[in-house]
Structures are given as C-alpha cells and as structure tokens.
Write a protein that binds this ligand. Structure first.
Ligand SMILES: Cc1cc2nc3c(=O)[nH]c(=O)nc-3n(C[C@H](O)[C@H](O)[C@H](O)COP(=O)(O)OP(=O)(O)OC[C@H]3O[C@@H](n4cnc5c(N)ncnc54)[C@H](O)[C@@H]3O)c2cc1C
Length: 391
C-alpha cells in the first residue's frame, strides 16, 4: 500500500491533518487502533478556541458545529463566596469559545473524510513506523488479520500520549520535559441541563471543581481528587454532595443533578517532547505534548500543530521547499510553551495543594483577586483562554 503521508491515529490531530491535506490535493492513509464506533464515542475535550472554530468552518466542517455548538462569551471564577465573570466580549472583542464535544468534531471529520473517499483503517494492530531517517519511510501494521506495509513520503505521529511514534524515535534525539500534579480530576457526564450558562471554575479549600457542559441537555463536571482515586469509592450521591459543597458557595445558586452517563478519573500532567520532528517523522498533538485540562487547550493545540504541518507539507509537494518543514517544530513549540504556561498557571491558581499553608493560600487568593479585579489581568486570562491569535 502506498500514500503520500502515513498518519498514525484517528484522533482530532490525525483526522484533521488528513482532511487539510486532502483539501491541498495530498493523499494520506490514517491507521487507527480502535474501532470507528469507539473513537466517535470517546468523550474528552469540549471547549474550542476561536482559531479552532475558524479552521473547522473555513475547511467545510462548520455545518453542525455552527448549528449545535454553544458560543460562550465568558467564564466564571468562583471563590471566597463570590462569582466573578471574565467577560470575553469586553476584554477580547470578537473572540469567544465554542462548547462542542471532541467526539462531535471526530464524527464530523470521519464523515468528511469518508465522503471524500479518504482511507481510514480502523482496528489496526502492531503499528511499526520505520525508515523515517531515510527518504523512504514506511509503516508496518496488521489489519483484518493481514500484515501489511504502508509506504509513504512522510509519517505523521498523531497517536496520542501513549502511542508508538514518539517511542520509535531513537534514544537521545528527544528531550522531554514533564510535570506530574499531585491530584487528578474525577469527571462526570450527566444527563441534566447545565445549571449555569457559562463554565464555572471554582476555587475552594475542599479542592477545585468545574461546572461545564456538552449540550443544552448534557452537563460535564469535574472534581479535584487524589491521583490514585478509585471511581468505585465515589457513588453518585457522594459525588453530587461534594460538588455542591464546592460549587454552591454563592447565594441563590443551585446545582441541578441527573442520571450519570459516565464517571472517569483523568490524570493531570504536563509534558513536552522536543523537537517535534525526527527525519521524516512529524509528531503532532498529544503525541508531542500534553497539558492538564484546566486551560481547555489539548484539542486546540493538536489542531494548531496539524494546521502548521499541512501547510509545510503542501509547500514541499508544491516545489520541494523544506523551509516550512524545517521550521515546523520551532513554530509549534512557541505556541506549545505559551499554552503549557497558561495551563500550568490556571492549574496552580485554582487547585488546593496538600502542604499549602496559610501563606500559600493567601498568595493564591491574592492572585485570584488580582485576576478578577484588574482589567489587564482579566484580559490576559481572556486572551489566553480564547486562544492567542499571534503566537
Ligand atoms: C478528561 C479530559 C478532558 C479534556 N478536556 C479538554 C478540553 O476541554 N479542551 C481541550 O482542548 N482538550 C481537552 N482534553 C485534551 C484532548 O482531549 C486531547 O488533547 C486531544 O484528544 C488530543 O488529540 P490527538 O489527536 O493529539 O490525540 P488523541 O485524541 O489521543 O488521539 C490519538 C489516536 O491515536 C490512536 N492510537 C494510539 N496508539 C495507536 C497505535 N499504536 N496505533 C494506531 N492508533 C493509535 C488512539 O486510539 C487515538 O484515536 C481533555 C482530555 C481529557 C482526557
């Protein structure tokens, strides 16, 4: 089997790359370990930056997104018995976020690729990228019981944090930077209309809580818990009671609860591998970097990477120029590190840390007061949250 770009992973990064390449007349094959049904139902991110929405709309994927996505012009920070709104419409006019589930983005992308005759092979195993330090890379894989080789000009490693592409790069090439946080998020998806029109980030001595949503009928909640927390020790009643204790801290605000559709523990980690390229292997999305979800950035960063990569590959196919390909890693890493900082900052600002004494907590509280009380500090949060246009 032969293609121009062999893509490992049918998450947002791999699928969007395949779509963007197709629009530039470049052929690709996507190899995915899971079934189509599985990837279309995997509930994860849900907050799209303005730039991500603009890319999806400009490339013909805006139909359902514009109809069903919930456009938000602000978020709420809740602490000290008060709520403070970060008003995007005043602080970053013309820019907003859109709440639209990652699984919906994935569904739209798969439908578009299949309608255009794109090749996505689901349920492949034994994926083995090789030869990417030569001009003739290839990817070995097994599909429907048959061992095959996909020959290509380039390999895009879009296979997430636990994929095979990054580990296939020889030892000593990549430098990895990481941070583990001493807590995790216990996320619940529930069939209940949101209790608030906008996301609520709650700072509380009991721990952080987030009220989010996926649609007018489905809410998403997160509680800060211990990193090794067992979901089984959180029956629904305990979950709702703790969420109430952390969120119902302002007069007159009440949490609506409903049937729980899913309950998962998500680890909190920051990670960057540099450079994001080795020979003809290009890493994109979670394969190269991850952020704690506090800043809602992972999916958006994946979309940014593949936008840069698609443009660089198009330049190479147009006239053999390597300038943009050579600049790929540096271009992406500038935004990656901005987003790393923002996600780390939001995480350290809002969570309760074991071992924090009165001094640490007062610093945290002072910083929250500053962020909400100063127009400049609010604008900084807002422009990072909706996605910086210039990095
Ligand atoms: C609980 C949670 C909440 C989140 N909330 C947000 C948010 O609000 N906003 C935001 O922007 N981001 C959020 N994120 C992060 C976001 O989901 C990820 O950053 C995003 O999925 C990255 O996309 P990706 O395509 O790079 O990787 P992935 O989505 O991980 O896709 C990688 C694909 O590669 C496949 N694969 C892996 N190994 C192989 C292999 N060996 N062979 C073939 N295929 C393979 C996987 O099955 C998968 O389909 C959240 C993440 C979690 C876990």
């Amino acid at each position: 089997m032969r293609t121009q770009v062999g893509i490992v992973g049918a998450g947002p990064a791999g699928l969007l790359l395949s779509h963007l390449l197709h629009l530039r007349g470049i052929d690709s094959v996507v190899l995915e370990a899971h079934s189509r049904d599985y990837v279309q139902k995997r509930v994860r991110a849900g907050v799209l930056e303005q730039g991500t929405v603009d890319t999806l709309v400009a490339t013909g994927l805006g139909d359902r997104l514009l109809r069903e996505g919930l456009v938000h012009h602000g978020i709420e920070l809740r602490f000290g018995g008060q709520s403070h709104r970060i008003a995007f419409e005043k602080l970053v006019p013309g820019r907003a976020i859109t709440v639209y589930g990652q699984q919906e983005v994935v569904k739209d992308l798969i439908a578009a690729r299949i309608a255009a005759g794109g090749r996505i092979l689901f349920e492949v195993s034994g994926v083995a990228p090789t030869g990417f330090d030569t001009a003739h890379p290839s990817i070995g894989f097994t599909h429907a019981g048959l061992r095959q080789t996909l020959e290509c000009d380039f390999i895009a490693g879009c296979d997430g944090f636990h994929g095979v592409c990054r580990p296939a790069i020889p030892d000593g090439v990549l430098t990895c930077y990481d941070r583990e946080y001493p807590f995790a998020w216990l996320g619940v998806l529930a069939e209940v209309p949101p209790s608030s029109e906008e996301l609520i980030y709650a700072h509380n001595d009991r721990g952080f809580a987030l009220h989010s949503m996926r649609s007018p009928e489905v809410s998403r909640f997160y509680l800060q818990v211990a990193p090794d927390e067992d979901v089984a020790s959180w029956p629904d009643e305990r979950y709702w009671a703790e969420l109430r204790a952390r969120l119902e801290t302002v007069p007159g605000w009440h949490l609506r609860t409903g049937p729980v559709l899913e309950k998962v523990v998500a680890p909190m980690r920051s990670f960057v591998a540099e450079p994001m390229r080795y020979g003809r292997m290009y890493l994109a999305g979670d394969a190269a970097h991850i952020v704690p979800p506090t800043g809602a950035k992972g999916l958006n960063l994946a979309a940014f990477d593949v936008g840069v990569l698609a443009q660089a590959l198009a330049a190479w196919y147009a006239d053999g120029s390597t300038g943009l390909l050579d600049a790929y890693s540096g271009t992406c890493l500038r935004r990656v590190w901005r987003v790393q900082h923002f996600s780390w900052w939001m995480t350290t600002l809002l969570h309760a840390f074991d071992g924090y004494d009165g001094y640490d907590r007062r610093l945290q509280r002072s910083h929250l007061d500053y962020v909400c009380g100063s127009a400049a500090a609010s604008a900084s949060l807002a422009e990072n949250y909706v996605g910086l246009a210039h990095v």
